[in-house]
Design a protein around this ligand. Structure first.
Ligand code: PEP
Ligand code: MN
Length: 360
């Protein structure tokens, strides 16, 4: 699959003056709930109304969606508000039903993208469709799995394609529900600059008060759109309550976000610079996080040494680390002088932490 300008035709055809906005509840719960949210989103920047009908739940026993019945409610949404509709499909029966009910945009969830069998089944059922199909990243940070899904759909002659970045699952607890790993989406964007890229800050953050910041980062990275879970009574939502925002909050966010409009020639430079700076910010944050982790481990070593009364500084070990890092650095174009300086500083900080523990 080659990058091609054709990939973004469907998005360009919408001729939007702002990023694409997909909003609506995590799950369709009742006909009233679906319609009242949709009505609150009418006459806003929202382009597609989302609602999950078949909900992939990690553990059984939670609300698993209203099923095909919800498709009728989505049809009502379109008839009564004029907003186009979107839902998640996870097998060929879902695809069949969604197409029969004229759903305009189908997305493939993170738990489906991990399975080439399911993706192939969905691609075969969708073959040749003129509906928009968006592929969420797989649960695990694996770019080829994501690309593989896109290729299977592309090969099935589905032309209105795009991707949704919803973050990645980790064993470690972080401030995110699913860590963004922005560099992975940036890599995809660099490979396929014409493939529409949409951010789902709701599933990345898991918390409504973090959604704005993540959305802004996505826009600064030139993402093409946002998918934001929206509910008139978020706290009482039947799924993903903590991460849904009210329609009023969504509209406010759309006003407050710095949008990067399509630009004239001169502004191209400004856009590119902002994009590159955001990439640097993302990497700097990762550096600080990684250094923080390193110090935590160093402290644990300090505590362990304390139990055996061992000295903090162990020269052999230190020289071994330095030698390895100078070689690694060389392969990445980093000078020996820089690597030495940086590791001396890191090492000193580790020693300071360990000494504090030994003296405590
Ligand atoms: C959703 O969009 O509600 C959903 C289940 O998303 P994901 O596949 O990203 O978990
Ligand atoms: Mn959800």
């Amino acid at each position: 699959m080659e990058n091609s300008a054709e990939m973004r035709t469907w998005l360009d055809d919408l001729a939007l003056s702002h990023p694409l906005v997909i909003a609506g509840p995590c799950s369709a719960e009742t006909e009233d709930q679906v319609l009242s949210i949709a009505k609150a989103l009418k006459d806003t920047d929202v382009n597609y109304f989302r609602a999950g009908i078949w909900k992939p739940r990690t553990r059984p026993g939670n609300f698993e969606g209203v099923g095909a019945l919800g498709l009728k409610w989505l049809q009502k949404v379109k008839a009564e508000t004029g907003i186009k509709t979107a839902t998640e499909v996870a097998n060929k029966d879902h695809v069949k039903l969604a197409l029969e009910h004229d759903i305009d945009l189908l997305w493939i969830g993170a738990r489906s993208t991990v399975s080439p069998f399911i993706i192939q089944e969905i691609a075969d059922e969708l073959r040749g469709t003129d509906k928009i199909v968006l592929v969420k990243n797989p649960v695990n940070p694996d770019l080829s799995l994501w690309l593989g899904a896109i290729e299977r759909l592309y090969t099935a002659d589905i032309k209105k394609l795009g991707v949704i970045h919803r973050g990645f699952s980790t064993y470690e607890k972080t401030k995110y529900r699913n860590i963004p790993e922005w560099q992975l989406a940036i890599e995809l964007q660099q490979k396929f600059p014409d493939l529409p890229l949409i951010c789902d800050p709701s599933h990345i953050t898991g918390k409504r008060d973090m959604i704005f910041d993540v959305s802004q980062t996505a826009l600064d990275l030139n993402y093409d759109g946002l998918m934001i879970e929206t509910h008139t009574d978020p706290d009482n939502a039947w799924s993903d309550a903590a991460q849904q925002v009210t329609p009023t909050a969504l509209v406010q966010m759309m006003t407050d976000l710095r949008m990067r409009k399509e630009t004239a020639a001169g502004e191209d430079y400004v856009n590119k610079l902002a994009n590159l700076r955001t990439q640097i910010d993302v990497i700097d944050n990762q550096l600080i996080e990684t250094l923080g982790k390193r110090m935590k481990v160093a402290k644990e070593i300090g505590a362990l040494k304390k139990t055996k009364n061992v000295a903090v500084l162990q020269n052999n070990r230190w020289n071994e680390i330095l030698g390895k890092m100078i070689l690694e650095g060389e392969q990445r174009g980093l000078s020996e002088e820089f690597v030495l300086k940086m590791f001396k500083a890191i090492h000193q900080e580790s020693i300071n932490h360990q000494e504090k523990i030994l003296k405590s």
